[in-house]
Design a protein around this ligand. Structure first.
Ligand code: TYM
Length: 328
């Protein structure tokens, strides 16, 4: 059975972009793979975080994973900072990374652009991400489109390490879903939907109230053509709504285009809103049932222990290959 690893930052409420681009795939994959899903809180602190809010977001993300359908009997769910091998291998992977290649990462450029006091950890974010993945002998990493460049770097770092020291790391493949890998902002559909967008109307959050979700989708920016057609260049707004509908209903965009011939944007948007609600309302119900439960802590304790056992083994091999510590 192949191994899957993926992570999500607890840096605010999750958006439907996170769900459709990543989490939905995780749920589908867990039946036939050996899965690790991580709450990457050490990545979240590469930018300033409020201490109490961060704690809340970590727990909330854990509950959302479960509410979305991650089954702790099938997958290992854990918090990155509770498995110390991540930062240790992260350091080792930093020694194999060049400043130039890290500075070329689009996410680093976007997050550091025009800012003062950018942390050095924002630059060394990708070697920690490589460590996350490599610790578990991961074969496949399901992510949204924006993480593709980080995955390419992970492969380069793993190959570099294997060549220089010992063949320790499995070289992971990236898996990007065909539909939903890049959900766009509802207000500026040429830009990615982001959980940190200042314009609240641009993003549907998984825990938004149903009425609010409906309102946001109904006020999504479209165009004046009045035809439901997939054309991301000339009709980015309508195309984004088609992508969301296609992903939520598992219906091809072609079939949807055929279904909406002669239908106006008002009715089309209502259907998109209903499809999103059909998915999110049951998730929200499950979320509120588990967020304060002890079961959630038990699952995270168990996940930490299982992850630690595997991660420590890989870390030990990597240290030995590099000549760290003493011969034992
Ligand atoms: P993060 O927390 O930004 O996003 C989590 C996942 O959601 C996907 N995603 C989207 N997909 C479609 N449309 C969007 N608008 C959208 N926005 C976000 C992301 O691609 C991602 O899959 N660096 C990672 C976290 C990470 C990680 C890892 C991932 C740390 N270590 C190891 C995989 C493996 C990140 O910031 O994701």
């Amino acid at each position: 059975m192949q191994t899957i690893f993926s992570g999500i930052q607890p840096s605010g409420s999750l958006s439907i972009g996170n769900y459709l681009g990543a989490m939905k795939q995780f749920v589908d994959l867990q039946d036939e793979h050996h899965c690790y899903f991580c709450i990457v809180d050490e990545h979240a602190i590469t930018v300033p975080q409020d201490r109490l809010k961060l704690r809340e977001n970590i727990r909330s993300l854990a509950a959302l994973y479960l509410a979305s359908g991650i089954d702790p009997n099938k997958a290992t769910l854990f918090i990155q900072s509770e498995v110390s091998a991540h930062t240790q291998l992260g350091w080792i992977m930093q020694t194999q990374s060049y400043i130039g290649e890290l500075e070329r990462m689009t996410q680093f450029k976007d997050k550091s652009h025009g800012k003062e006091g950018v942390s050095s950890a924002l630059l060394t974010y990708p070697p920690l991400m490589a460590a996350d993945i490599l610790l578990y002998n991961t074969d496949i990493v399901p992510v949204g489109n924006d993480q593709k460049q980080h995955l390419e770097l992970t492969r380069d770092l793993a190959e570099r390490f294997n060549r220089k020291f010992n063949d320790i790391f499995t070289i992971p493949e990236v898996k990007i879903s065909e539909v939903g890998a890049r959900i766009m902002s509802l207000q500026e559909p040429t830009k990615k939907m982001s959980k940190s967008d200042e314009n609240q109307k641009a993003t549907v959050f998984m825990l938004d109230e149903p009425k609010k979700i409906e309102k946001k989708i109904k006020s999504a920016v479209t165009d004046s053509e009045g035809i439901v057609r997939f054309d991301p260049i000339d009709k980015p707004g309508v195309s984004n709504l088609l992508t969301i509908l296609s992903s939520c209903t598992n219906t091809s965009i072609k079939d949807l285009e055929a279904k909406y011939v002669g239908v106006g944007y008002g009715d089309f948007k209502q259907d998109v809103a209903n499809a999103v609600l059909d998915i999110l309302v049951p998730i929200q119900k499950r979320y509120y049932a588990i967020i304060d439960s002890e079961t959630l802590d038990d699952i995270l304790d168990d996940g930490r222990d299982k992850a630690t056992a595997v991660a420590e083994k890989t870390l030990k091999k990597a240290k030995k290959a590099m000549g760290l510590g003493r011969v034992v």
